[in-house]
Design a protein around this ligand. Structure first.
Ligand code: GAR
Length: 219
């Protein structure tokens, strides 16, 4: 089985990155992270990468005049590592169509909502404001339209009456940290294959998102 080569893009804390690193180090995931790239120089995820001897690259978007110029440089950086998959893990910058087309369909994103609900920002507060009974996270293939690519898997949880935006974020994180390594492992095992229209799992097209069942008491 081939080791899956990853480049992980982050903008912040990098707890999803950490979950992927931990899964690799505990041999639950047959992958290697070739580089971590952040558009924010102060992202804690860069520190996490360095602590595990992973090349950590800061590419400050504020130093580029346009989104296009920034994404061109980002593309060059990524291409130098020749990854199998680009993993967006809390990467909070809109990518240009040109960038996405250069790597499609091998860019994955994790998003803290049950897509197509709540594309964009403030997903937890929006679920509360709408009195939703359930909420969750989605892993999807990135296509040029923001947060709209084919969803591979979703994890769901109940919104309790005392939940806040912060508590929902914590629940979402717990699910994310299990789901992202799992999906990447499916790729490394070649159970999961990506194309720009849909994913294929165990030779069957993923028509509706697969449901990730969290272990009892995990949330
Ligand atoms: C995660 O919850 C992820 O779903 C979200 O950012 C957080 C990053 O956390 N991503 C998005 O909102 C993308 N639209 P982390 O830096 O601790 O992994």
């Amino acid at each position: 089985m081939n080791t899956l080569s990853l480049v992980v893009l982050i903008s912040g804390s990098g707890s999803n990155l950490q979950a992927i690193i931990d899964a690799i180090e505990s041999k639950q995931l047959n992958a290697q992270i070739s580089a971590v790239i952040s558009n924010r120089p102060d992202a804690y995820g860069l520190t996490r990468a360095r602590q595990h001897d992973i090349p950590a690259i800061s590419l400050d978007h504020k130093e580029f005049e346009t989104r296009e110029l920034f994404d061109q440089q980002l593309q060059l950086e990524i291409e130098s590592f020749k990854p199998d998959i680009i993993v967006l893990a809390g990467y909070m910058r809109i990518l240009t169509t040109q960038f996405i087309n250069a790597f499609s369909p091998t860019i994955l994103n994790i998003h803290p909502s049950l897509l197509p609900k709540y594309q964009g920002l403030h997903t937890h507060q929006r679920a509360l404001d709408n009195n939703d009974k359930t909420h969750g996270v989605s892993i999807h293939i990135v296509t040029p339209e923001l947060d709209s690519g084919p969803v591979i898997v979703q994890g769901k949880f109940t919104i309790e009456s005392d939940d806040t935006s912060d508590s929902l974020q914590q629940k979402a994180h717990k699910l994310e940290h299990q789901m992202y390594p799992l999906v990447l492992n499916w790729l490394s095992e070649q159970r999961l294959k990506l194309n720009s229209k849909q994913a294929v799992f165990d030779e069957k097209p993923v028509q509706t998102p697969m449901l990730f069942e969290a272990p009892v008491n995990a949330l």
